[in-house]
Design a protein around this ligand. Structure first.
Ligand SMILES: Cc1cc2nc3c(=O)[nH]c(=O)nc-3n(C[C@H](O)[C@H](O)[C@H](O)COP(=O)(O)OP(=O)(O)OC[C@H]3O[C@@H](n4cnc5c(N)ncnc54)[C@H](O)[C@@H]3O)c2cc1C
Length: 323
C-alpha cells in the first residue's frame, strides 16, 4: 500500500495554497489504493503554517523547524527530505508543481536514486502500481506514463487536484530531528528581493488580470491592469512581450517560461493568445479576453470575450465594478 510524503511549501511561514492540492493528490491515492500520507514542512518559525496542515486526513504533520532551514536552500532541504522519506518508508514523495519543487525535489530524488515526473494532472492505481498523466510541451501533449522503482517523486498541477475534505481528528504534529551540523552547505544564502506590492501572488490568487502588448508603458499597465486587479482583489500578470520591452518585471510573466497560474478568473487584456502564453493559464476556470482583434487566438479559449480597445473598455469595466 502506498506511503506518501507530501512536501509542504510556504513563503516565510505563509502556507502556499498549492500545498493543499498536493495533499488532495495524496488523499485521492489513499482513497483509491489504500495507504496513508504524511506532510513534511521545513523552515524556521513555521508552527502557524504547520497548524493549518492539520485536519485534512494526514497521518501526521512532520515539522522540521530549525534556524538552519530558514531559507529554502535546495541542498539542505533535499538532505532532510532524503532522511525523512527513508525513515517513513515513503513510496511516493509529492510536491506542488512550483519553482520551489523544481529546485528541491529532483535533488532529493537523486539522493534516493528515485525516478521523478513533473506536472502530473491525473493518477490511476493499476496492478499495485500507478499510471500518471502529465502535461508536456507547453500543454500541447498529455503523456500517459509509468514510473519505475519502488520510490517515486512527482509534482502535481494544483488545478488538477482539489484540496482534501476536512477530516475529523487532527493530524498530530511530530517534530523531525535534524542534525544541523550534518546539513550540506554547498549553497550560501546571500539575500532576497521580495516584492513590495501588497497584491497577491498570481500563482495563489483566485483572480489574475494580465496585460499584453496593447499596454504602451508601465504607467498605463499600473493604471489599467493594476487598477482592475485591485478592484477585483486579484493579482497582476503579464505577457512576455511586456517583460521583453521592459514594461513589466520578469516576476509577472505568465506562460511556458513564466508562471503557471490556475485561478478561478483570468482576464487577458490586450494579449493575443500565443501558445507559450496559454501554456501558463489555460487551466483557469473562467477566461475573459479583451482584444480589439476579433480573430485573436485568445478568443478560442476564452469563456467571455470583449472586442474593443483596452484603453476604453478597462476604465469602463472598473467604473462599473466599483459600483
Ligand atoms: C520559447 C518561447 C517561450 C515563450 N514563453 C512565453 C511565456 O512564458 N509567456 C508569454 O506571454 N509569451 C511567451 N513567449 C512569447 C509568445 O510567443 C508571444 O510573443 C507573446 O506571448 C506575445 O505577447 P502579447 O500577446 O502581449 O503580444 P502580441 O502577440 O503582440 O499581441 C498583442 C495583442 O494586443 C491586441 N491589441 C493591441 N492594441 C490593443 C488595444 N488598444 N486594445 C485591445 N487590444 C489591443 C492585439 O490585437 C494583439 O492581439 C515565448 C516565446 C518563445 C519562442
Amino acid at each position: 500500500m502506498p506511503k506518501i510524503l507530501v512536501i509542504a511549501e510556504h513563503d516565510d511561514g505563509q502556507l502556499k495554497l498549492a500545498t493543499l492540492s498536493a495533499m488532495g493528490f495524496a488523499h485521492k491515492v489513499c482513497a483509491e489504493a489504500g495507504g496513508a500520507y504524511d506532510v513534511l514542512i521545513l523552515g524556521e518559525s513555521i508552527s502557524a503554517a504547520a497548524e493549518l496542515l492539520r485536519g485534512y486526513g494526514a497521518a501526521s504533520v512532520l515539522v522540521a523547524d530549525y534556524a538552519a532551514l530558514k531559507e529554502p536552500l535546495a541542498d539542505k532541504y533535499a538532505h532532510v527530505i532524503d532522511e525523512v522519506a527513508r525513515a517513513q518508508n515513503a513510496t511516493l514523495v509529492v510536491g506542488a508543481a512550483s519553482t520551489f519543487s523544481k529546485d528541491v525535489l529532483p535533488r532529493a530524488a537523486a539522493l534516493l536514486d528515485a525516478g521523478m515526473i513533473s506536472d502530473v494532472i491525473e493518477v490511476r492505481p493499476e496492478g499495485g502500481d500507478f499510471i500518471f498523466k502529465r502535461v508536456m510541451f507547453a500543454g500541447n501533449v498529455i503523456a500517459t506514463v509509468k514510473l519505475a522503482g519502488a520510490l517515486k517523486f512527482l509534482t502535481v498541477r494544483s488545478a488538477a487536484f482539489a484540496p482534501p475534505p476536512k477530516a475529523a481528528g487532527a493530524s498530530p504534529i511530530t517534530p523531525v530531528a535534524v542534525d544541523a551540523g550534518k546539513l550540506p552547505s554547498q549553497i550560501e544564502y546571500v539575500g532576497r528581493e521580495a516584492k513590495v506590492a501588497g497584491r497577491p501572488d498570481s500563482t495563489e490568487a483566485r483572480v489574475v488580470v494580465s496585460g499584453g502588448r496593447a499596454l504602451k508603458n508601465a504607467a498605463d499597465f499600473e493604471r489599467l491592469i493594476g487598477g482592475l486587479a485591485d478592484v477585483l482583489g486579484g493579482a497582476v500578470g503579464s505577457s512576455r512581450a511586456l517583460v521583453d520591452s521592459g514594461i513589466t518585471p520578469n516576476s509577472l510573466q505568465v506562460g511556458q517560461t513564466g508562471k503557471i497560474v490556475a485561478p478561478d478568473l483570468y482576464i487577458a487584456v490586450g494579449i493575443s493568445g500565443a501558445i507559450q502564453h496559454m501554456a501558463g493559464m489555460k487551466d483557469t476556470k473562467v477566461i475573459v479576453a479583451i482584444n480589439k482583434d476579433p480573430e485573436a487566438p485568445i478568443f478560442e479559449v476564452a469563456d467571455y470575450g470583449l472586442v474593443g480597445d483596452v484603453y476604453q473598455i478597462v476604465p469602463e469595466l472598473m467604473a462599473r465594478l466599483k459600483k
